[in-house]
Write a protein that binds this ligand. Sequence first.
Ligand code: MLT
Length: 262
Amino acid sequence: MLSYTARNLDKNPGKTVLFLHAFPLSAEMWSQQIEALAKAGYGALAPNVYGVDGSPERDTWNFLGYVTDVSILLSSLNLQSVTVVGLSMGSYQAFTMFKHFPQRVTSLVLCDTRAEADSEAAREARYEFIDALMRKGSEEAVSRMVPKFFAERTYTENPALVDRVSSLIRTQKPEAIASQLRALASRDDSTFMLKSINCPTTILVGDEDKITPPGIASDIHGRISKSEFHLVKGCGHLPNLENPEAFNEFLLGHLERVYTHD
Ligand code: MLT
């Protein structure tokens, strides 16, 4: 069974939010969102991918296998359908969940992501990353990812956050990070399924995101009919951590839109 963080699941099972984390982080990245949602009366569940914080280790896996296990986890907790919030890799999983388990998805919040599969060059870069990780350890993932993650001002104004995210990556086993890179490289294209997304959807992106820039998010917005689009100001790729107040406001606004019109 996958390891996870959860709050308030018994109180309101019909209003539960599933948080899917980014590469190469963990459910811990959602702690401020889980707290805010619990205060507002929502349930929250944030699983960890394989090999992370107690989830079973797997050398090779894909997003369909993972969301199948997430669906089993939902059943074991008596949860039928949830709002799925995914950031970057978490949204790749959210697309897979919508494709294969649409009945599980009440609504979607897609953050800092893209719908395309990896290009051949991107796949090669993932495999080169895996080689370097296996030679040099998880510090390699810190040095490759952290300089790209944040808006410029986050590095100077919030070094504690930069340190927190660096330690979060450092504590992962290189094998677990490598297995996520294999899953990322093998993922399907989701561009063509965007038009089939018929549940309420909010798209969020940091206005200074260098990994998945706002133009990509705005393209996704254009392809999903029931979607809203918001820029999270002064943020890079991890707006839920860089500006949790603004991010939580958009998230709570989305939930209000979904659950007060039931
Ligand atoms: C993420 O933040 O999850 C990654 O940047 C996703 C990716 O590398 O495609």
